[in-house]
Design a protein. Structure first.
Ligand code: DAT
Ligand code: MG
Length: 148
């Protein structure tokens, strides 16, 4: 089954949005496979965002990610990468639809509360980076009520 990496950024943690965000993925029917609160080092944040290292906002982005603890998660389910991105909403909260996490809880692109992998391949890389110890193996007892 497909997995994605989701991170609640330091603003989401500081603003007390952890429960609300987990709730949205849980209620959708996705399965939580990994979860930890963690402060990350600069080099680790740079590795996570390596693809953006040439962007003018890269340094600010890294400063933001290391400014406080984040909540790193792995969620599993059918099409969870694409659907997870829809639950999260557009990168710039000015464009994120109401009902999405960024649409409901963020105003600025540099404080957009949450990260979600953008493709199955990047999800695989990000899960390996953030959860080198591996994730839990379990199946929800609700599985047959969510999948036909
Ligand atoms: P996303 O987080 O939606 O996958 P991304 O991977 O393009 O977006 O960029 C990673 C983060 O970098 C994004 O969540 C916020 C920040 N960012 C992106 N574009 C930006 C810009 N033009 N100005 C400032 N920050 C930006
Ligand atoms: Mg991205």
């Amino acid at each position: 089954m497909e997995q994605t990496f989701v991170m609640i950024k330091p603003d989401g943690v500081q603003r007390g949005l952890v429960g609300e965000i987990i709730c949205r993925f849980e209620k959708k029917g996705f399965t939580l496979k990994g979860l930890k609160l963690q402060s990350v080092e600069r080099a680790f944040a740079e590795k996570h965002y390596a693809d953006l290292s040439s962007k003018p906002f890269f340094n600010g982005l890294v400063e933001y990610i290391i400014s406080g603890p984040v909540v790193a998660m792995v969620w599993e389910g059918k099409n969870v990468v694409t659907t997870g991105r829809k639950i999260i909403g557009a990168t710039n909260p000015s464009d994120s639809a109401p009902g999405t996490i960024r649409g409901d809880f963020a105003v600025e692109i540099g404080r957009n509360v949450i990260h979600g992998s953008d493709a199955v391949e990047s999800a695989r890389k990000e899960i390996a980076l953030w959860f080198p110890e591996g994730v839990a193996e379990w199946q929800s007892s609700l599985h047959s009520w969510i999948y036909e």
